[in-house]
Design a binder for this molecule. Structure first.
Ligand SMILES: NC(=O)c1ccc[n+]([C@@H]2O[C@H](COP(=O)([O-])OP(=O)(O)OC[C@H]3O[C@@H](n4cnc5c(N)ncnc54)[C@H](OP(=O)(O)O)[C@@H]3O)[C@@H](O)[C@H]2O)c1
Length: 322
């Protein structure tokens, strides 16, 4: 039998490269294109690519991604680029015979005041967090694209387009930019800088009290491949009617102070940590309910400290090239 031809969109990103690591030793043919070879914002080029490549499965991990600062500064880019990339890929995949597609979303699709832990059913139950609303609206549209393509074409064309909603991710390939990064890579950068410059302390925004959940990116990649390969009957057995997205988190929460102390220890920074309580805290708690994926048989393997040790090793490699 011919090998499955699997396209990873965004294979150079943190998530896409972890999915690549997950699939590279399997009996499949992996297809990739970097942005210069294929700009996913260009509809005609995306259509030509799918027409020529005869793809069987797609992991859609290409997106415009960033932290609060980037979302606040470039809201138009976040909504336009994410909608365009996913519309181009999902529709062209459908037109060209792709049967299975996994769309990568994010926990920010859930309302700002969603019940915690956030179940999949919280989607569209309330107003979004305004800062990342443009990004979240695009991601919700991606979930709805997958759901409605299944609804209209699932039986006639045998397609299964699924969506996975990860909690905060971290790991190799993360973005360590001092302003545009997420919390773990941002803290790794700051503690490392403080260590090598012999600073006495590091000051962190907010009170340190908000609680957050984190998942190592290779666990997410394993969950993605697991969900993609589940048979339809098993997959839908855990879903509400028509709804098609599944959460994946570690199920373990900790506060920002505990996180900072773990990173400080891994980096071996000897100074103190201060909290600037005059700066905003964000939501008090953001935890995904990952019961559905757990019942489907997937459990993450890499604990937070182990994951931070691996990530710091990656940072040191990147750091040499700064
Ligand atoms: N990071 C997280 O904490 C997190 C959490 C939950 C969900 N997710 C989801 O996971 C997905 C991937 O995130 P990530 O963290 O891996 O982001 P990332 O590291 O920024 O990777 C995104 C990838 O998409 C590519 N890309 C963007 N625009 C493109 C275009 N127009 N044409 C071709 N390629 C394009 C980028 O290419 P370049 O290398 O050329 O820029 C990059 O390789 C996103 O959908 C995100 O919502 C991430």
């Amino acid at each position: 039998m011919a090998k499955q031809r699997i396209y990873i969109a965004g294979h150079k990103g943190m998530v896409g490269s972890a999915i690549f690591r997950q699939l590279k030793d399997q009996e499949v043919e992996i297809i990739t294109r970097n942005r210069t070879e294929l700009d996913l914002l260009n509809q005609q080029d995306v259509q030509n690519f799918f027409k020529n490549e005869k793809i069987d499965q797609v992991y859609l991990a290409a997106a415009k991604v960033g932290g609060i600062h980037a979302n606040n500064t470039y809201p138009a880019d976040f909504i336009y680029q994410n909608l365009t990339i996913q519309n181009n890929v999902i529709h062209s995949a459908f037109l060209n015979g792709v049967k299975k597609l996994l769309f990568l979303g994010s926990s920010c699709i859930y309302p700002k005041y969603a019940n915690q832990p956030m179940k999949e059913e919280e989607l569209l139950n309330g107003k979004l967090e305004p800062t990342n609303e443009p990004y979240a609206i695009a991601k919700i549209s991606g979930i709805k694209m997958c759901e409605n393509y299944n609804r209209q074409y699932g039986k006639s064309h045998g397609i299964e387009f699924r969506s996975i909603m990860p909690t905060n991710l971290y790991g190799p390939g993360d973005n360590y930019h001092p302003e545009n990064s997420h919390v773990i890579p941002g803290l790794i950068y700051r503690f490392h800088e403080a260590k090598i410059n012999n600073l006495e302390s590091v000051t962190i925004w907010g009170t340190g009290i908000p609680r957050r959940e984190f998942l190592y990116v290779d666990d997410l990649a394993e969950a993605s491949v697991y969900l993609m390969n589940l048979d339809k009957k098993t997959y839908v057995s855990k879903l509400s009617s028509l709804s098609n997205h599944i959460n994946v988190g570690s199920g373990k929460e900790l506060n920002i102070r505990e996180l900072a102390e773990t990173i400080k220890e891994v980096i071996n920074f000897k100074g103190t940590i201060n909290f600037d309580a005059s700066k905003p805290d964000g939501s008090p708690r953001k935890l995904l309910d990952s019961e559905k994926i757990s019942k489907l048989g997937f459990k993450p393997k890499i604990g937070l400290k182990e994951g931070i040790i691996k990530t710091y090793k990656d940072y040191l490699k990147v750091y040499k090239n700064f």
